[in-house]
Design a protein around this ligand. Structure first.
Ligand code: ADP
Ligand code: ADP
Length: 225
């Protein structure tokens, strides 16, 4: 049984750009999958379909037992945590605590559970000490960790990340890779960071001009012969 199933997905933007042109794949529970390809290949457009930011124009997306539709999009967003390319798109409250609590509060959870989720998410991402700080004053690596904490606090089944190591200095990058290696969620990571692909993802999907050019074990994809 697959936790993610994308079948013959197509997406054309209103200006006529055919960004995704018939993509199909399935992902097992617990798998870590890299999505690689040149800028403009269609990686972000594909990822945005995995939690309903975009709805399929043609083809289907299924997450767990639910096909992605207008009726299921709320449940799917809860199951699929999305880390955007720019953490500033994700952090908008006056303090780290409030940003991480925002999602659980929105779920209507009781205060003790909100507190517990925030505490645990900050601990797992190593940013407990930043709890009272305003997110806009944090470093790139710290912001990224807080953005991940906001998502973990929602207890997602799947983590979807768009270039999580972009704009990070080498130490923050390494710290983030190690952090993600400790998560046993299903992970789907669009990236240009080959170290991260090799360290985290057993499988790699190569996208070229909106179609899948290769899909297989990372060791095969990056083996020249
Ligand atoms: P990648 O993430 O691999 O860089 P994208 O999914 O961002 O690729 O882009 C795929 C194609 O769709 C590119 O040609 C890009 O210019 C185009 N595109 C992306 N977003 C939009 C948009 N909102 N409107 C029109 N074209 C877009
Ligand atoms: P299982 O034996 O658990 O059913 P599979 O044999 O389908 O798993 O997959 C084993 C591994 O092969 C996965 O962890 C992944 O690395 C890779 N893999 C899975 N599905 C695909 C696919 N469609 N194309 C390429 N590689 C895949």
């Amino acid at each position: 049984h697959h936790i993610v199933e994308v079948h013959e997905l197509e997406h054309t933007y209103p200006d006529g750009t055919a960004a995704v042109r018939g993509i199909s794949f399935r992902i097992h529970h617990g798998e870590a999958v890299a999505v690689v390809g040149a800028n403009g290949a269609g990686k972000s457009t594909l990822l945005l379909h995995l939690n309903g930011y975009l709805t399929p124009q043609s083809g289907t997306v299924r997450i767990g037992d639910f096909p992605l539709t207008k009726e299921t999009v709320k449940d799917i967003r809860r199951a699929v945590g999305m880390i955007f390319q720019d953490p500033d798109d994700q952090l908008f409250m006056p303090s780290v605590y409030e940003d991480v609590a925002f999602g659980p509060l929105n779920l209507g959870l009781p205060p003790e559970e909100v507190e517990q989720r925030v505490q645990q998410a900050l601990q797992r991402t190593g940013v407990e000490h930043l709890r009272e700080r305003p997110p806009y004053k944090l470093s790139g690596g710290e912001k990224r960790a807080v953005a991940i904490a906001t998502v973990l606090a929602m207890s997602p089944d799947i983590l979807v990340m768009d270039e999580p190591t972009s704009n990070l200095d080498p130490l923050s990058r390494r710290t983030l890779i190690e952090l993600l290696a400790g998560f046993h969620h299903t992970k789907i990571i669009a990236t240009h960071d080959l170290d991260m692909v090799i360290d985290l993802c057993e499988r790699t999907i190569v996208i070229h001009e909106g179609t899948i050019m290769a899909d297989g074990p990372t060791t095969d994809i990056f083996n020249d012969d």
